[in-house]
Design a protein around this ligand. Sequence first.
Ligand code: ADP
Length: 261
Amino acid sequence: MDSLGSTFEIENAAVTFGETRALDGVSLSVGAGESLALIGPSGAGKTTLLRLLNATVRPTSGRVAVNGRDLATFGAAETRALRGRVAFIHQDYRLLPNLRVSQNVLAGRLGQMSYLKSIGAMLRPSKTSLNEVYALLERVGIPEKIFERTDSLSGGQRQRVAIARGLYQQPRALLADEPVASVDPARARDTVELLTRIAREENLTLCMSLHNIELAREFFPRLVGIRRGQLAFDKANGEVSDQELSGLYQLDQNEMLVDGA
Ligand code: ADP
């Protein structure tokens, strides 16, 4: 059952940060092994929605469940285990720049062991771990970089290290937050292709927030549009009209008045 990805269920969730209502009445079900793209303008709530799924943000009201279990009932150890099996790939990579690539990938399992064990695993990795790291770097296309310092790599290569680190966690699901926002268009396409292919081959659940609608259209079977903290649509790719997509980015009358003032 564990190899079948993770299922996520968000029921009527709201998230507020002080005065800001980041999400409002959001319900979303994601099946095991399913891939979806979250699209919408900046500030719409995409990151917050992804963070609900690995319990780094808690709903102010409503409920979030993973594999049928309400995250509100998870203790600290279970929450840590959840974050171990749900890899989160950040837009800004979150790598340690002056460590080697191998060490950044090895860091993927740190949350799964004791502090002392994890230091040992980083400083004196076993041959088996290094072989595993090498195989993952091969998979993401940069095996020759394994012993390079991470800060000598290009943005696209760093993104691949971040993906390899996420995969080293042996996750059941991948949450990717604007993973290609900082790379050029050709590399962006390669990276989205890579992540969707890996998710398919490994039967991982994949939720990716994306600015680039063309890439969402090309690679994802399901598109979830989000605007002002609410779902605008949640449909099979082929059923989403161009009008619905452009509607996500249209300014409200109020916003136009403010802009024109
Ligand atoms: P998106 O990923 O679509 O750009 P976010 O989920 O990052 O949107 O943000 C949604 C709204 O919530 C924005 O108004 C943002 O400023 C606010 N927000 C997000 N995270 C926080 C936070 N930790 N503290 C305060 N406000 C936040």
